[in-house]
Ligand binder design. Structure first.
Ligand SMILES: Nc1ncnc2c1ncn2[C@@H]1O[C@H](COP(=O)(O)OP(=O)(O)O)[C@@H](O)[C@H]1O
Ligand SMILES: [Mg+2]
Length: 306
């Protein structure tokens, strides 16, 4: 039995697949606020926008700042190689988002980039993937900085002062769509992380998170959501975030992450999710490790010799 199967077995024992429906009163009390939220949202959307409020100009994405931060390669050969790798990574993700993958995936338009431990290349991958997906003619991309303790995307894009994911999770009066920042990169939108919050894990696991994710997803099938995440083994919110996703890209820093850490991180993922593995920063000429062969995707970055 491979690790994913084991994890699925474990999940089954922990959470019955189809729990009995709760009593009607409970259903009412659980759903009513949600319904109210939606009605309020609709009313707000129906209200005419203040004619005096001009649309903010698109936020400038400073590619040089991204390069200086090591999140974007230069336009040399190494950069070209990374771009090709990312192209390979995005194909199956797009197929899954379009329901053309091998199996149907719920929330296939939600993609999280994660890893077992820090420093494995999550933010680099999330950034390059989002930029690459934004070049697809039929999609727009919402890049969400969901690494709350180490919000590098927010910082490097200069969005530290903007309200973000945490504000809309913590404050029921805020509209999730208000924290979406349009950028000057065509088809790229960003949601900054926002301020740190002591109850991040609770907020990620709360009912409002589902509502926020639905709203951020837009009601347009063209929108893909790419989440940069904290490491699965480092914060309690990271596995919770992953559980909301249809697709999970797991970055493995070759030579730095121990196999048992990768295994432990994968254990929490559900069988119904697409799990892609990326071996990053590898100097290995070829991979002959069956451990990886269980997973749907495998890629091998080498954009820079480290
Ligand atoms: N393939 C790579 N080639 C060169 N540098 C890389 C590569 N992947 C990651 N890095 C660098 O390693 C550091 C950690 O990457 P980052 O994406 O911030 O990791 P994480 O988000 O997982 O903590 C960054 O300085 C980044 O530029
Ligand atoms: Mg990061």
């Amino acid at each position: 039995m491979n690790i994913v199967e084991k994890a699925a077995e474990k999940l089954k024992t922990l959470q019955p697949e189809r729990p009995l429906p709760p009593p009607v009163e409970e259903t009412m009390s659980r759903h009513t606020p949600h319904t109210v939220e939606r009605l309020q949202e609709r009313m707000r959307v129906a209200e005419p926008e203040s004619a005096a409020a001009p649309a903010a100009p698109p936020w400038h994405v400073d590619e040089r700042a991204l390069q200086r931060a090591g999140l974007l390669p230069g336009e040399d050969e190494a950069g070209g190689r990374l771009a090709d790798e990312v192209r390979r990574v995005k194909r199956p993700l797009l197929d899954n988002a379009n329901s053309k993958g091998a199996k149907p995936i719920t929330h296939g338009r939600r993609i999280v980039v994660t890893s077992a431990v820090p420093g494995e290349g999550k933010t680099l991958t999330a950034m390059n993937l989002a930029l690459s997906l934004a070049r697809e003619p039929d999609f727009e991309v919402l890049l969400v900085d969901a690494d709350i303790p180490k919000s590098d995307i927010t910082r490097v894009l200069g969005l530290q002062e903007h309200a973000g994911l945490m504000e809309v999770l913590a404050d029921e009066r805020r509209r999730p769509t208000d924290v979406i920042v349009r950028t000057d990169v065509p088809n790229l939108l960003v949601v900054p992380a926002g301020k740190r919050h002591p109850l991040t894990a609770e907020l990620f696991g709360g009912r409002r998170m589902q509502y926020v994710l639905e709203e951020l997803g837009g009601h347009d099938r063209r929108r893909l959501l790419v989440f940069d995440s904290s490491p699965l083994l480092a914060t309690p919110e990271s596995p919770i975030l992953a559980s909301h996703m249809g697709q999970v890209l797991m970055v493995v820093g070759a030579g730095r992450t121990r196999q048992h850490e990768v295994a432990q991180a994968l254990e929490g993922l559900g069988e119904s999710q697409y799990v892609g593995l990326i071996l990053n920063m590898s100097r290995l000429p070829a991979i002959e490790n069956h451990y990886y062969s269980h997973y749907s995707h495998y890629s091998h970055y080498q954009f820079q010799d480290r």
